[in-house]
Each structure stands twice: as C-alpha cells, then as structure tokens.
Design a protein around this ligand. Sequence first.
Ligand SMILES: Cc1cc2nc3c(=O)[nH]c(=O)nc-3n(C[C@H](O)[C@H](O)[C@H](O)COP(=O)(O)OP(=O)(O)OC[C@H]3O[C@@H](n4cnc5c(N)ncnc54)[C@H](O)[C@@H]3O)c2cc1C
Length: 207
Amino acid sequence: MAEEHYDAIVIGSGFGGSIAAYRLAEKGIKTLVLERGKWWPITDRQDTFCTYREPDGRAAWLSDETVMFEPKPINKYVGLLERHIEDGITVWCAAGVGGGSLVYNTVLYQPSRANWNRVFPPEIPYDEMDAVYYPRVRSVIKPSPIPGDVLESDYYLSTRIMTEQASLAGMKVRRADLGSDWDVVRQELQGEKKTGGHRWRNLVRHQ
Ligand SMILES: Cc1cc2nc3c(=O)[nH]c(=O)nc-3n(C[C@H](O)[C@H](O)[C@H](O)COP(=O)(O)OP(=O)(O)OC[C@H]3O[C@@H](n4cnc5c(N)ncnc54)[C@H](O)[C@@H]3O)c2cc1C
C-alpha cells in the first residue's frame, strides 16, 4: 500500500463527520473521511432504495430481516439501517455516505434551552445556537409542517390516528416543522413520481 499522510481522520460521514471534515478541509487541513457504508447514487429515477412495503437487502445493515417495525425477511447486504438492541433501549443508526441524512425524517426541531444545557457543555452556548445557527438552517431549508391535504391522504392514516389518540390521552399535539418539499410529496401521492425506498430521502433530495 502506498504510504499516505493525513493531518486529520474523520470516522463516519453523517451530519457531524461530514461537516467536521468540510470545516477542516476549508482550513487547508488534509483530511481523510472513513465511511463503513455504501455511497448511494441518487438519481431522478428514484430507485436508489427499496420501498418500505417491498423491502430488500438495501433496507438494513447486514441483517437477514428488516429492522424497523414488523420484521420481513431480506437478503443480507450493506443496507441502510442498523439496529442495536441494548438494555432497555433500541438504537437505530444509519450506514452509508451521508449517515443519518439518508434515513432521517427531516424533522427540524430546536431543543429548549433547558434540554440543550442538560446535554451540551457550556463551550457550545445555547444563545449563539438560538441567535445564529438555528435561524441560518431554517433560512436555508425553509421547513414547514405537513399541509392539511397531505395529512388527509391515505398514506398518513397512521399519523392521523396517532394524533387523535394522543389528543384523547390529553396530550398537546402540534405539527413539527419538516424539511420536505410538499409539492414533491403531492406528485408522489398522485402517482406522478415514484415513491422511492425511503421516501423521505427522495424528498430531501428534491428540495
Ligand atoms: C430512522 C431515523 C429517523 C430520524 N429522523 C430524524 C429527524 O427527523 N430529525 C432529526 O433531527 N433527527 C432524526 N434522526 C436522528 C439523526 O439522523 C441523527 O441524530 C444524526 O444522523 C446523527 O448524526 P451523526 O453525525 O452523529 O451520526 P450519523 O449521521 O449516524 O453518522 C455516523 C456515520 O458513521 C458511520 N460509521 C459508524 N461506525 C463506523 C466505523 N466503525 N467506520 C466507519 N464509519 C462508521 C455510519 O455508517 C454513519 O454513516 C433520525 C434517525 C433515524 C435512524
């Protein structure tokens, strides 16, 4: 093997790793990113991933069954989602170039100050996140809650039932902001666009 030297090595290409690598490279620091998962080329054919209803090996990381909701048999492959069942907690994480951005639901949620301070050290101040970074992300992605006509469609029946039940249980329900292009969703609902595997991924792609 050729001998190579890097000033920094970033392991994982998710939200954290890819931005860290980008910032290092911007400063002229020679950086290597190591990613365990596949690079998934996204094309307009929207067939990069399998569908939720018809899963195959692309759905899960080295597993012979799907790992979310009801298990279905699949071929073992270096697919998207890995599941860890730990003591009292189940953790799902993505595998692939882009990490969680390949599978996440595009919910853009700003935590409360209290929750932020419980998790992050004072070196990452909430005030700056609140004043600079969260508004910047919102201005680029322009998130919005699911519109009524989309929510009324068959695909969102489970969401409607969950909302109804949560309200009946006395919980306060509100629609979260999502970084989705609702016009693309409407095209999918009308059958004008194929709903790619992890549909949300295609929505992100089409923003
Ligand atoms: C199904 C799902 C839906 C989600 N929906 C939302 C949402 O709507 N809104 C939201 O804010 N958050 C959501 N999240 C959470 C969000 O995706 C994660 O918080 C975020 O991706 C974490 O970023 P990260 O950079 O820390 O890690 P990740 O994005 O998970 O990236 C880690 C990367 O490291 C790679 N890796 C791991 N181990 C190794 C190794 N040994 N060698 C090389 N590479 C390795 C992985 O393959 C992966 O690409 C969701 C997560 C999941 C799983």
